[in-house]
Write a protein that binds this ligand. Structure first.
Ligand SMILES: *Cc1c(COP(=O)(O)O)cnc(C)c1O
Length: 225
């Protein structure tokens, strides 16, 4: 299948899932996860109308970034080491993976020094997987309250990665809990935004849409393996 066919199929499925949930498909952003793809392949997906790209490694991002249009909206979706923050500040529009207080402070300082505001999501480890980064749901509210006060960071919402599974219904609870947690933070923390929910990958994005995701991070579904 070509990337174009893949994209058409993905868009149809997103639309159908949104309609099942009584949602407007237009409010769901598709981020093409371009890790392991070449600049040539990325240009192909851009030509098909994709405007947002996601990378999970700073090194790879830094190779691709200067070769592509400055109009691309870049999303940093992987674990971010504090010593690499400076390299991406001002270049990415959203960091999906704030997962420690140290990192939040470093992002804040780097953004202030660069004179920009860094959009960011808190990564939450809903399923409590030891193999994954992310805040535990229990600590997220206190963390969000404190992070909302850091200069240079605009906290926009939550990101979560569901466990791998055969049947996406098995991880519906992950997406539902993330949505409920975001709502709780919005209700309890004055002035906090919490308008973005980044959840849903190739194996589970339709369920994520049904549970309220508005940013899908799709790699394999678009580029194949
Ligand atoms: C690789 C990756 C994705 C995309 O995964 P696919 O299953 O290929 O769609 C999404 N989010 C993160 C954080 C990733 O690292």
């Amino acid at each position: 299948m070509s990337i174009q066919e893949n994209l058409e199929r993905v868009r149809k499925r997103i639309n159908a899932a949104a309609l099942r949930a009584g949602r407007d498909p237009e409010e769901i952003k598709l981020v093409a996860v371009t890790k392991k793809t070449s600049v040539e392949v990325i240009k192909e997906v851009l030509a098909l109308g994709i405007k947002s790209l996601g990378e999970n490694r700073v090194q790879d991002f830094l190779v691709k970034y200067p070769q592509l249009s400055p109009d691309i909206e870049w999303h940093f979706i992987g674990h971010l080491q504090s010593n690499k923050v400076k390299k991406i500040i001002g270049k990415v529009s959203l960091i999906h993976s704030l997962d420690s207080w140290t990192l939040a402070e470093v992002v804040s300082r780097a953004a202030c020094e660069a004179g920009v505001v860094a959009g960011a999501l808190l990564q939450v480890n809903i399923a409590g997987e030891l193999s994954k980064y992310g805040l535990s749901p229990d600590e997220t509210e206190a963390f969000a309250g404190a992070a909302a006060g850091l200069p240079g960071i605009e906290l926009r919402g939550l990101m979560t990665i569901a466990p791998e599974c055969e049947d996406p219904e098995e991880v519906r609870y992950v997406f539902r809990q993330a949505r409920e947690l975001a709502k709780r933070l919005k209700d309890n923390i004055p002035g906090i935004k919490m308008d973005l929910l980044s959840m849903g990958m190739t194996g589970d994005y339709e369920v994520a849409v049904e549970e309220g995701s508005n940013i899908l991070r799709l790699g394999t579904a678009l580029f194949g393996r």
